[in-house]
Design a protein around this ligand. Structure first.
Ligand code: OAD
Length: 230
């Protein structure tokens, strides 16, 4: 049975109204990455970092999955083999669309993490630096998202899935952030057919066998229908 692994990035949620990072006017042009997405930035000004993620959590809570998320949920429901989504996105739009087999390698906005003891719990809509951890009581609460300089989650499980994949797709990601940027090259070397679906060629385009260029809401449903129709 064909195993399919799909890595997604901010581009798949762009048409749901959530901004991408590196496009013109993207999130990193408006908020310096060093200030809001690094452990050092959090140590300097935890209030600023919480405000940034509180705003993104509120925005994500009001967003709806678009046809690209829905098509991937259909793929998982109808494909006879395994479908695994590895997302770099911290929104919950894959789950909202109905996908179940999802790894959030960069964490999730709806999670809270204690920086002191590692306890995890559901994030309230608004988090503040002195919120106590429900586990140990330390005022070290942070969003359960992965910052630059930190290790993404579940890398061993992701690599094992990539090594076994028959088909690998990257959707809506600029191919500039590792390790996800290397997954196309790795999956291809391990024997998968690789496809990039993106608005424009990414920094990793040359690693893919096949390219579909256009908005995710258009190219992903077409691709899914083709995969299911084979
Ligand atoms: P980027 O903002 O770097 O890239 C988004 C990609 O999506 C670009 O290549 C766009 O051309 C493409 N795109 C934009 N709109 C699209 C649409 N409607 N349909 C299809 N493609 C579209 O976002 P990521 O690659 O996800 O990490 O960024 C990777 C990581 O860098 C993020 O998870 C985040 C960020 O810094 C952390 O915060 C740790």
């Amino acid at each position: 049975m064909e195993k399919i692994v799909i890595v997604t990035g901010a581009g798949i949620s762009a048409e749901s109204g959530l901004g991408t990072f590196r496009d013109a006017g993207g999130i990193w042009q408006r908020y310096p990455l060093e200030d809001v997405a690094t452990p050092e930035g959090f140590a300097r000004d935890p209030g600023l970092v919480h405000a940034f993620y509180n705003a993104r959590r509120a925005q994500a809570a009001g967003a709806r999955p678009n046809p690209a998320h829905l098509a991937l949920a259909r793929l998982e429901a109808e494909h006879a083999g395994e479908v695994l989504i590895v997302t770099q996105n911290v929104d919950g739009l894959h789950e909202a669309a109905g996908s179940r087999n999802v790894i959030h390698m960069h964490g999730r906005l709806n999670g809270a993490l204690c920086g002191a003891c590692g306890h995890r719990w559901p994030a309230p809509p608004e988090m503040a630096p002195d919120d106590p951890c429900p586990g140990c009581g330390a005022p070290a609460t942070r969003p359960d998202v992965v910052w630059f300089g930190e290790m993404p989650y579940e890398l061993d499980r992701i690599e094992a899935a990539l090594a076994e994949a028959d088909l690998f797709a990257a959707i809506g990601t600029s191919g500039q952030v590792y390790p996800a940027a290397a997954y196309g090259e790795f999956a291809g070397r391990m024997g998968a057919h690789t496809v990039e679906l993106n608005l424009e060629p990414s920094a990793a385009s040359r690693d893919f066998h096949e390219h579909r260029q256009g908005p995710a809401s258009e190219v992903v449903p077409v691709w899914v229908a083709e995969v299911l129709g084979k």
